[in-house]
Design a protein around this ligand. Structure first.
Ligand code: PEP
Length: 249
């Protein structure tokens, strides 16, 4: 059985005091047995958040990392630094990073290796642009991105990766993929993992849907056979809404 995982992606929102206030609002509520609840916050919030969630089952994730442990990389943060803070998860290859910060399949792969090396759970984002969807390229794009992200991983490492299928046209737009469509693509991504590592590894890998998930539609997605959770941007910022997302899972 795959444990559902709800991950909030706060993007570049919330100061430290806002982040800590959020945790005090969701403590004891966004904590449901059998659901993994993760808040992926800006770097500046991470130490305070790790402290604030102590004694709860809520986990804290980052939204990026560098693939080297240390070095002359001004402005970057390494997996070693995140691990040292008590962070447990890290989003890798979000479409906003691929689009605005020149992240490539190759750097995504290096970051996945770095995260696993430091015992962080990588949440690897894949997904097609609108024009790729319209050209019938959705599955191919997801296959290429998934295979690239997993390059060089052992089956054991692969089983610990979380994939977030996020059609780019659905992120922050209010347009979401239907649950059935998302499930079809996610089942296909699972078959790509099976092609690389065999069915038992593919059955262990958790694959989330992301793209305008809200409290009122989260259940539809989570009821699908292959959807193991959601990566949520906008709707994860409000405490009441985040609680409902975790409850919905
Ligand atoms: C995201 O940022 O990964 C995302 C899915 O955003 P939203 O839920 O706002 O569409």
């Amino acid at each position: 059985m795959r444990k559902p995982i709800i991950a909030g992606n706060w993007k570049m929102f919330k100061t430290v005091s806002e982040a800590v206030a959020f945790v005090s609002d969701v403590k004891g509520k966004a904590e449901i047995d059998g659901v993994e609840s993760v808040i992926c916050a800006p770097f500046t919030n991470l130490p305070a958040l790790v402290e604030a969630v102590k004694g709860t089952s809520i986990k804290i994730g980052a939204q990026n990392l560098h693939w080297e442990d240390s070095g002359a990389y001004t402005g970057e943060i390494s997996g070693a630094m995140l691990k040292d803070l008590g962070v447990t998860h890290v989003i890798i290859g979000h479409s906003e990073r691929r689009q605005y910060f020149a992240e490539t399949d190759e750097t995504v792969n290096k970051k996945v290796h770095a995260a696993l090396k430091h015992g962080l759970v990588p949440i690897v984002c894949v997904g097609e642009k609108l024009e790729e969807r319209e050209a019938g390229e959705t599955k191919n794009v997801c296959k290429v991105q998934t295979e690239a992200a997993f390059a060089g991983l052992s089956a054991e490492q692969a089983a610990g990766v979380v994939i977030a299928y996020e059609p780019i046209w659905a992120i922050g737009t209010g347009k979401s993929s239907t649950a059935e469509d998302a499930n079809e693509v996610i089942a296909y991504i699972r078959s790509v993992v099976a092609g690389l590592y065999g069915q038992s590894t593919a059955d262990a890998v958790r694959i989330q849907y992301g793209g305008s998930v809200k409290p009122n539609n989260v259940r539809e997605y989570l009821q699908q056979s292959d959807i193991d959770g959601a990566l949520v941007g906008g709707a994860s910022l409000d405490p009441a809404s985040y609680i409902q997302l975790v409850e919905g899972a």
